[in-house]
Design a protein around this ligand. Structure first.
Ligand code: ADP
Ligand code: ADP
Ligand code: SF4
Ligand code: SF4
Length: 601
């Protein structure tokens, strides 16, 4: 059963010529139900809550501007798995294909990991049967009759399909494997590619260390290398870019593309849209009601698939799953006016930590400004943030003056609070929790209502991240420091987070520094950029904040990656190395913000 509603294509609507015919003829409006309102340009807007999808307006509109779409609903007879009575339901499955990277994108909680675990043979699908005997493999294979998944599950059930799988959460690896990373990799190197992969993923210096002392980014790359070294028919990666910097994300994407060329099937779930776009051939969008049900769309070519996700509309099912499309702009944001007072400034700073030395150029930040921080892992970004926060003292130079109130969200957040979310929020925020500011800017956009009565220790990575950001932004502070706020968040949550940070900083006249590896998020959130370069773990150099264009150019030049713009959504897409646009842009020195290279196809 699906809900149907009318939607209006604003470009086709010519209200000045028809005199708002749809509104006059809609039976609900005649019954004084405000289903069609009028916006400030005089054009009609149809309410999703009130429209009954009768279709009368569709036929009456002289300019064919109105159509009927379905709202997402559960699909009778297509349930692949259900987690118990009243549990989450998954409808349809991604369809892997040989020599193809199939990318999955969708909100958290709509079944990406569930789909991947089913394809990996870690979870036997029950076809929605939760009472009585679950179906046996024969019935499951029969269910997929007529599709390529029949052969897939027949081989999986008989042990003739080899699957290599990297789970979303990698922190369990050190618990099951004790010893050096090199021992883990040699044990799994069934294809004799370990040396090649170790060198591409820059793991040479790391592999002699024990798995339990590796950083998040190192462990992620070891886990990916371990999967790639296996000899399998299907390779599955659940969120491979968590903890990785931009350069490492691009390297991992290249390894995954290389893998698919070996006549194997590859499936990847990923929230960094630039990385997903770069590595995938096909895309399946997952949509639905997080935690309740999820539907997997049929695979589409990568560009169409990601655009479909951004549009929030699945043409093959005629379903709209988001009321507003996600849009990008080509031009860099206008900067905070130079006339606005400088709020804080810092001097040239030096900080030594063991064998690592960080040097930072002097800089300043204006009121209402967000400075984005970009750079490789291990280059001193967190150390800089801690110097600003007063958690570390510089060996030379001056950080910020004393008495500045700083609210800091660290990179790694701990969930070991023994209690429920609401109690923690009340304890840390007190009366602020009742303020309309908290309700409008934080509680609602972060959907905190969904986790209020959950235990903090039971929250998923994304839920914990949202809670930590919400607490950080709710504090009364002069400066907000957010270290990797988008880790574990889905695309929509990342954009909601970026909007919340911007609104708080702009409306309250505060300032923020944001360390972030998702380039799209930096594009949304930052007014200016600080680029860190040098030799990770040895020498870090923080350049003074620059305008977005100069910052992106400096950062991307070092990486050797240029971006063109998608002609429909204007989203940035990484150019293939050595392609025509890549060469032209490198010659121009324009790596990111350039209207000249909107796709021509
Ligand atoms: P995604 O990967 O898209 O974030 P998941 O597949 O991890 O989504 O989860 C989808 C839903 O299924 C979530 O609401 C989650 O709570 C629920 N779920 C996942 N695993 C289990 C399980 N073992 N038992 C019950 N519910 C589960
Ligand atoms: P980033 O945030 O850019 O990943 P960090 O600022 O966390 O980098 O770390 C920069 C370097 O400093 C890393 O090599 C890290 O191992 C080292 N480092 C950080 N803290 C300490 C410390 N307390 N003692 C010794 N080395 C440290
Ligand atoms: Fe626009 Fe069609 Fe409605 Fe007229 S009838 S206002 S053209 S949508
Ligand atoms: Fe009104 Fe029916 Fe059109 Fe909805 S579909 S706006 S209820 S006429």
């Amino acid at each position: 059963m699906t809900n149907r509603i009318a939607v209006i294509d604003r470009d086709s609507c010519r209200v000045e010529d028809c005199g708002l015919l749809c509104r006059r003829l809609c039976p609900l409006v005649r019954n004084k139900i405000e289903v069609i309102k009028v916006d400030d340009k005089g054009k009609p807007i149809i309410s999703e809550e009130l429209c009954i999808g009768c279709g009368i307006c569709v036929n009456k509109c002289p300019f064919k501007a109105i159509s009927i779409v379905n709202l997402p609903g559960e699909l009778e007879g297509e349930c692949i798995h259900r987690y118990g009575v009243n549990g989450f339901k998954l409808f349809r499955l991604p369809i892997p294909a040989r020599s193809t990277v199939l990318g999955l994108v969708g909100k958290n909680g709509v079944g990406k990991s569930t789909s991947l675990r089913i394809l990996a043979g870690k979870l036997k699908p029950n076809l929605g049967v939760v009472e009585g005997d679950p179906p046996d493999w024969d019935s499951i294979i029969e269910y997929f009759g007529g599709t390529s998944l029949k052969d897939y599950f027949a081989k999986l059930a008989s042990g003739n399909l080899r699957v290599a799988y990297k789970p979303q959460y990698i922190d369990a690896i050190p618990r099951v494997f004790k010893g050096e990373a090199s021992r883990l990799l040699s044990k799994l190197d069934e294809r004799g590619v370990m040396d090649y992969i170790v060198s591409i993923l820059e793991l040479r210096e790391v592999i002699d260390r024990r798995v339990d002392v590796l950083s998040g980014g190192e462990l992620q790359r070891v886990a990916i290398a371990a999967v790639v070294c296996r000899d399998a028919d299907v390779y599955i990666f659940d969120e491979p870019s968590s903890y990785l910097d931009v350069r490492q994300r691009i390297k991992v994407a290249r390894v995954i593309r290389w893998l698919a060329k070996q006549d194997v099937m590859v499936v990847v779930a990923e929230h960094d849209l630039i990385v997903l776009d770069y590595m995938s051939d096909m895309i399946s969008v997952l949509y639905g009601d997080p935690g309740v049900y999820g539907i997997v769309s049929y695979p589409r070519a990568v560009r169409d698939g990601i655009n479909m996700f951004l549009e929030g509309y699945i043409p093959s099912d005629n379903v709209r799953f988001r009321s507003q499309p996600i849009r990008f702009q080509v031009k860099p944001p206008t900067q905070v006016a130079e006339s606005i007072d400088i709020e804080y400034s810092w001097g040239f700073m030096v900080k030594k930590l063991g064998g690592f030395t960080l040097r930072v150029e002097p800089g300043f930040i204006r009121r209402g400004e967000v400075i984005g921080i970009l750079g490789p892992n291990g280059i001193g970004k967190t150390t800089f943030v801690k110097l600003l926060a007063g958690l570390e003292k510089p060996d030379e130079g001056d950080a910020l003056p004393g008495g500045v109130k700083v609210s800091y969200k660290p990179q790694y957040i701990s969930g070991d609070y023994d209690g429920v979310v609401e109690v923690l929020l009340r304890k840390t925020l007190g009366d602020r929790m009742e303020s309309s500011f908290f309700r409008e800017e934080i509680y609602r956009p972060f959907r905190l209502d969904k986790i209020l009565d959950r235990r903090v220790s039971d929250l998923s990575g994304g839920e914990l991240q949202k809670l930590a950001i919400a607490i950080c932004l709710s504090m009364d502070a002069d400066i907000y420091l957010l270290d990797e706020p988008s880790a574990y968040l889905d695309v929509e949550e990342r954009l909601a987070m970026a909007r919340a940070v911007r609104r708080i900083v702009e409306n309250l006249g505060r300032v923020a520094f944001v360390v972030e590896h998702d380039i799209l998020v930096q594009d949304f959130i930052a007014d200016r950029l600080m680029v860190f370069s040098g030799i990770p773990g040895v020498d870090g150099y923080g350049h003074q904040p620059m305008d977005m264009r100069s910052g992106m150019n400096m950062f991307l030049k070092e990486l050797g990656v240029t971006f063109r713009r998608d002609r429909q959504t204007y989203r940035p897409r990484a150019n293939k190395e050595g392609s025509r646009l890549d060469r032209i842009q490198k010659e121009m020195g324009e790596y990111y913000y350039t209207a000249a290279t909107i796709e021509e196809e």
